[in-house]
Ligand binder design. Structure first.
Ligand code: ACO
Length: 403
């Protein structure tokens, strides 16, 4: 605790907490993490149970409404989401302004931000119905926009949403189908994708969620707030880690080179870090990483890729790191991104789009957190303080006296 009265001549004490290591910025009843136990609960339900017994739409309902839906509620919710999967035709034109080799996250930031200009009927944030409509629109349109960004990058026509399919199967069809062929998503792979979405759906006050809350605390447009969250997620220390992790595995290339990279990760004079390892909150195994490893097995088996060299490399890297004193002492375990890149690659998703899939999954978490914040009577505009380290007050010198 730093007393800054001397600096500002006011009473009161401020905490100086770079990276918000130990500052709670809000109250929330959505997600609970016990980093020491490796426990993650959405609205009180363990992620392990949700991943097995629920689909992504049920998890979205749970995060948004606080309870799991019964059959009637689920059917109505799914129908509601399906009725919003299309995007305005002008949005497709907007996308055509991007270079085809743009990073998909740049396209997503722009496209989701642009949604704010389209839906004036869901912009009164003080109206709960408007908030719900904005939430449903975002959940429904994200897969359409992510798939559009992909199709655009490879020069193929955009696929319309196929609303007779479930959420994840529809996304796969928009990604991998073409207008002239009957593409049937493989149910095992669609289920694996659904599980990726469940595992990434929320993670309390991480950097991107905090960004959404901070942006939203000023009363800003919800689509613009989610665009801010997407921008934050893009960074390699956050959602960009799955892309960075797969690139790292490809760079290592062979099991025999694992020790060399472990050595580099431990070298303080080398900026290299083992991507997909370590977490601000989990100081034990990330429960999502365990589930992702299982999903990885299922997907590789389904595709007959059990001898996949990248997967073997990842397993070996994990084995060696978990026996290494450095990683043990610093409590560095694989996080969810360690295996998700391999699963996504096996599903046919290009590396550059991995973080876009993460954004698609996290949209429900962002919007649920935003919704909770707007409805909180104690909510204030987020406004961190600082410890000023610059010059003391001084006089502006005339131009000819400046150095
Ligand atoms: N490889 C090697 N050393 C590491 C790693 C790693 N992956 N992660 C942390 N360390 C070391 C740090 O160098 C630091 O060492 P020091 O105490 O000697 O200075 C110590 O472990 C603590 O790490 P911090 O970076 O201070 O921990 P922080 O909580 O700030 O960072 C983070 C967590 C950003 C996730 C970090 O572990 C990291 O960069 N990991 C790689 C990127 C990654 O996988 N990110 C995904 C996170 S999960 C998600 O976003 C879904």
């Amino acid at each position: 605790v730093v007393d800054i009265r001397s600096l500002y001549g006011k009473t009161g004490a401020f905490t100086f907490d770079p990276g918000f290591m130990s500052t709670a910025a809000c109250k929330s009843s959505i997600t609970y993490i016990d980093g020491d136990k490796g426990e993650l609960l959405y609205r009180g339900y363990a992620i392990e149970e949700l991943a097995v017994h629920c689909d992504f739409m049920e998890v979205c309902y749970l995060l948004k409404h606080g309870e799991l839906p019964n059959a009637v509620q689920k059917a109505a919710w799914v129908q509601d989401v399906k009725s919003h999967t299309m995007v305005h035709e002008q949005i497709t034109r907007f996308m055509q302004g991007f270079r085809r080799d743009s990073h998909p996250m740049a396209v997503l930031v722009g496209m989701v931000g642009a949604l704010s200009a389209f839906y004036h009927d869901s912009l009164d944030i003080n109206n709960p119905e408007h908030r719900l409509t904005a939430a449903v629109r975002l959940i429904a349109k994200m897969p359409t926009i992510v798939a559009m960004a992909y199709k655009y990058s490879i020069g193929q026509p955009t696929m319309y949403p196929c609303n007779k399919l479930d959420y994840s199967a529809n996304f796969m069809k928009m990604m991998f189908g073409t207008p002239c062929e009957d593409y049937e998503p493989n149910p095992v792979l669609a289920r694996a994708l659904d599980r990726i979405l469940i595992l990434h759906a929320d993670h309390e006050q991480n950097a991107s969620t905090s960004t959404v809350r901070l942006a939203g605390s000023s009363g800003a447009n919800p689509f613009a707030c989610i665009a801010a969250g997407i921008a934050c997620l893009w960074g390699p220390a956050h959602g960009g880690a799955n892309e960075a992790c797969l690139k790292m595995l490809e760079e290592i290339g062979d099991v025999s080179r694992v020790p060399e990279y472990i050595k580099r990760a431990k070298d303080k004079n080398d900026s290299f870090k083992l991507m997909g390892f370590g977490h601000r909150v989990y100081k034990n195994f990330d429960p999502r990483a365990k589930l992702m490893r299982e999903t990885c097995h299922e997907v590789l088996n389904e595709l007959g890729l059990h001898d996949d060299p990248l997967f073997k490399l990842a397993m070996e890297l994990e084995r060696i790191a978990l026996e290494d004193e450095y990683f043990i002492e610093k409590k560095l375990y694989p996080n969810v991104d360690f295996y998700s890149g391999i699963v996504q690659k096996a599903l046919g998703i290009p590396t550059q789009l991995f973080t876009g899939i993460f954004a698609m999954a996290r949209t429900i978490g962002w919007i649920a957190q935003w919704h909770e914040m707007i409805g909180d009577p104690e909510q204030k505009i987020g406004r961190p303080r600082q410890l000023y380290t610059g010059a003391e007050r001084r006089v502006v010198p005339p131009m000819d006296q400046r150095k």
